[in-house]
Design a protein around this ligand. Structure first.
Ligand SMILES: *Cc1c(COP(=O)(O)O)cnc(C)c1O
Length: 394
């Protein structure tokens, strides 16, 4: 349809929406999208210009790996394109089945269940395990999907200050709830720090609670062979419910929950975002089997990441703006004001470097930042350019 033929939104609603958008503009909160014209990697083409990008969650540099692309193509030959049905009808293919077995084995848990996205996995697992009369305890900096999951579950929703275990303990002591679920990002997505999982687990044991770990940013990156945050800490516990995503370090798409057989069987029966949606294309599950092998075998990617993290932190040690404490590929540079963060991001873009400005409500008011994320696809020269540009800009 040509734009001039488009039906206009009714006046009253259009007026209200325009006013809301104008208010966003006034506070430096309007979000815009860039159009990526190349595969997702360290060097990208965006809106007709070439950049080095520090924007992706593709920590291992696998998203555009030719071996993954070849696996996806062979997945098409084996399974076609669409799953065509939900998992419980006839959308659950051999590729999904094999991937679930491989994921459970990889993270050292009995069973795994695939979800279409991490957002849906969190919605599914929290709402299947907790409802009215139960309580969810959540770190204040958890990912939005965990917060939304608690809200739709109609639990008593208690948030504790970031990493504040004393506050969590007081909340656990005070709760009358029958079932208690503590939920946390394993690696905080906008701060990059690692949750104190052993101490959280100890509190869960003391107060008869369960611990849901969202390892979106740890899976593939932390632990021996990238097996994730549980392996990083050497944790084995029947109180832990593990969730990780497959669109970040794994370079493809989707997510999974892993744990005991009874947990997974219960999710298959009760997790609505699992039940009422079309299964993801089996070609993606097929590609993920290759991704899992690369994650396991290519330790050099994690070594490269560690070197780049060290280089960036040493290079910015004397900078006027402070890097938040983080040993992961997420390296946030705290700026403060929204406009200031946007201006710094724009100054870097003018020098061919893409670093996203992250503003409220994604992060707390007054803590706008540049979220520098590193990938094994970067090299030392890329990081040097970023350090130099930041030294000249602020
Ligand atoms: C990205 C992310 C999710 C959502 O995963 P998707 O697969 O992108 O929907 C959930 N939790 C955390 C901590 C994340 O960073």
């Amino acid at each position: 349809m040509h734009a001039e033929q488009a039906v206009e939104l009714a006046d009253a609603l259009a007026h209200e929406l325009n006013a809301e958008l104008a208010a966003r503009d006034a506070h430096g909160l309007r979000r815009t999208r860039r159009t990526l014209q190349s595969p997702q990697r360290a060097r990208v083409r965006v809106d007709g210009r070439d950049y080095i990008a520090f924007c992706s969650n593709d920590y291992l540099g696998l998203a555009a790996d030719p071996r993954l692309a070849a696996a996806a193509k062979s997945g098409i030959d084996l399974y076609g394109v669409g799953a065509g049905a939900s998992h419980l009808v006839l959308g659950h293919s051999t590729a999904h089945h094999e991937l679930e077995l491989a994921l459970a084995d990889f993270v050292g848990l009995s069973r795994a269940l695939l979800f279409s996205t991490g957002y849906m996995a969190n919605m599914g697992v929290v709402s299947a395990l907790a409802g009215r009369g139960d309580a969810v305890f959540a770190d204040r900096l958890n990912h939005a999907s965990l917060n939304d999951a608690a809200l739709v579950s109609r639990v008593a929703f208690k948030r504790y200050a970031h990493g504040d275990l004393d506050m969590l303990e007081r909340l656990l002591q005070a709760t009358p709830a029958r079932r208690r679920l503590v939920i946390t990002d394993a690696v905080f997505s906008m701060d990059g720090d690692i949750a104190p999982v052993p101490a959280l687990l100890a509190l869960c044991e003391r107060y008869d609670a369960y611990l849901l770990i969202d390892d979106a940013h740890g899976f593939g990156v932390l632990g021996a062979q990238g097996r994730g945050t549980l392996q990083h800490f050497g944790i084995e516990s029947g109180r832990v419910i593990y969730m990780a995503t497959l669109g970040k370090a794994a370079g493809v798409a989707g997510a999974f929950v892993a744990g005991s057989a009874v947990l997974i069987e219960s999710l298959i029966q009760n997790a609505r975002p699992y039940i009422y949606t079309t299964a993801t294309p089996p070609l993606l599950a097929h590609a993920l089997l290759t991704s899992l092998q690369l994650i396991e075998q290519e330790d050099g990617r994690r070594r490269r990441l560690r070197e780049l993290i060290l280089q960036l932190r040493q290079g910015l040690a004397g900078h006027a703006l402070r890097l938040l404490p983080s040993e992961t590929p997420i390296q946030p540079l705290l700026v403060g004001g929204n406009e200031q963060a946007l201006a710094l991001s724009a100054a870097l873009a003018a020098q061919g470097l893409l670093v996203p400005a992250i503003r409220p409500p994604t992060v707390p008011q007054g803590t706008a930042r540049l979220r520098i994320s590193l990938s094994a696809d970067h090299d030392a020269g890329d990081v040097t350019r970023l350090i130099t540009a930041l030294s000249n800009s602020a």
